[in-house]
Design a protein around this ligand. Sequence first.
Ligand code: GLC
Length: 755
Amino acid sequence: MNSSFPKHLLALLFLSLLPGPAAWAQKKNPASIATSTPDVERRVVELLARMTLEEKVGQLNQYSGREVTGPASDRKNTLLASIRAGQVGSMLNVKGVKDTREIQAEALKSRLKIPLLFSLDVIHGYQTTFPIPLGEAASWDLEAIRLGAHVAAREAAASGIHWTFAPMVDIGRDPRWGRVMEGAGEDTYLGSLIAKARVLGFQGEKLGGTDAVMACAKHFAAYGAAIAGRDYNAVDMSPQQLWEVYLPPFKAAADAGVATFMNSFNALNGIPATGSAYLQRDILKGQWQYPGFVVSDWGSIGELVNWGYAADKTAAAQKAITAGSDMDMESDAYHKNLAQLVQTGQVKIDLVDDAVRRVLRKKFELGLFDDAYRFSDEQREKQVLSDPQNRAAARRMAQKSFVLLKNENATLPLTKPLRRVALIGPLAKAKRDLNGSWTVDTDTTRITSLYEGLRQRAGKTTELLYAKGCEITGDSRAGFEQAIATAKNADLILLTVGEAWDMSGEAKSRTDIHMPGAQEELFQALKATGKPVAVVVFGGRPLIFDTIAEQADAILYAWWPGSEGGTALADVLYGDYNPAGKLPITFPRSMGQIPIAYSQQYSTGRPITRPGEIRYKSAYIDAPNTPRYAFGYGLSYTTFNYSDLKISRPQMRTGESVQVSFTLTNTGNVAGEEVTQFYLRDPVASVVRPLKELKDFRKISLRSGESKTVTFTIDKDKLAFYNSKLEWVAEPGKFNFMVGSASDDIRLEGSMELL
Ligand code: GLC
């Protein structure tokens, strides 16, 4: 590899040789990820000693900069005056070299010339948009996920951004909650590994490099468990659930060196997270010894008043700083109240000093005191944003994110000679929708639609017909006739349905996750033509689409695939890439089944023991217990066989381990990848345990006919859980293990004993 080979790709090449998630879990944080150094600590202490109380409070204020770079306005003038007076520590939503240089120059007019931190929601890409995080999670490809975050960080860091408000590591089990699109799905083990991959991707090999940004683990904590799936709602849960399911991805992020945390809008067991000393001081800064800082979510300090947790904003400021919220995003509560709270003895200056030290430490680690403009270099911005590697990485990740849910009679890939394909549906030519929500770039000239991707790929061999058929929402059937006529002229119908980009995301909870509008009726009308119908579904969450699920010939779930979505879809639809995605979240048959995460399934005292025999059993009388599509489910254009299960020994003691191995064979005609999943169950324990929990997985690539031996290791930690005293224990006894292609497609199983 010559020296000009890009450093980040060299690193990823090396890491891609790692055997898989288990290696990830063990991989130590790269020593180069900067925590503090003696020099940084010295400089922080020296600077803090020179700061007035007002200047200290100034570092704890963060404002959105949409106005500050726009035309003159009162808000702009006020903000610029505060920045010049050293009363602002960070700005969000200021991006690009030109604007960040301009605003940083204002900050350097302050007495102590403390530079600003520029932050932005770079959730799944900066200019090159990657699939939404839930789609990336469906790849189960930690290296690809890391690379996606790294590309996003390179582009953002080249554009003046120091800090992204990502990864969102909230476990999301409730598809009514629109923010499931932003996380890694319902599983703690997968979500923890993805949290680590994203942190290391965003922060690079060394925090402070100009190809990396500070990451932010959010939203701390348990935000995804909002009652009724309604955003910003309260959360009630047992300590076991909090520690076993919702906290581990945050701990994984902290262990990976994440520079910051963001707290959450929800209350947890009666205490708003922003005002929770249990979360922010006892757990994060206490037990976990976390050295970074916590930023509040937008206005959440002020919202303590709405919660009825603080009588007014002064009390809110007092409760938040005391609870460990270091920086105040956009509520102005600290700006208006914190100095006076210190002067009147209601808040100890030590708390303010601790918060300020944490913020200053990051500014030193980023090198901003040495060169406040080091992330704002016009030449680098141009060079990095035009790097073709970025879109190539986005295309590869999009290919990996797609989940093949159905493929009858080998409808896909489109390899048979097809004279005409009718591309129909409201999302066939969509561009903006393909970037989904939480996208930085909405320039549709940089987004390839499915129509464009197919046109490029089909070339002269296949004529591509098109009709919209209907809108995404609304019940108009005015376009059906033309769609049917178009379909009748084709050999195959490719129907594109789903959600618009703003139907999932923040503040997008839905009481009904059925396919919106008349899209399923359009499907039925097209199916009635007798032509084969392959369906591509776009969306930010699991959707319910019974008719399509039962009657379509093929279904490909595409999430929101980003800038290269159309190209990547064409690659998969034409078989240039064999899909290998697996669902990171369960798809229910009906709303009534929610919550239905696979690891929320227990034996109960009345399990169904014979299919269909549900009298006086834990069952519904109007629907099965099983989901439409299970966690971990996804098909391929090839097939895989699992055989030859072996266990290194039937028993182990604490401190020992057991290896479970088996042979995986590609029994189909094309090369492909299989995500083999390893689940464990503790059938008898001091607290009842789920029927299965994911404890390991491997993504294995096999040529047609090829076999490989796959090995999983069981150690004490994989057998452990929180007991009723909240102790992390592995109790002696028998454990069942299951190896499979999905949580509901177990191919091999056995048991072992912990002595
Ligand atoms: C939003 C989101 C948070 C985001 C922040 C800044 O309300 O909850 O995830 O980072 O505000 O945009």
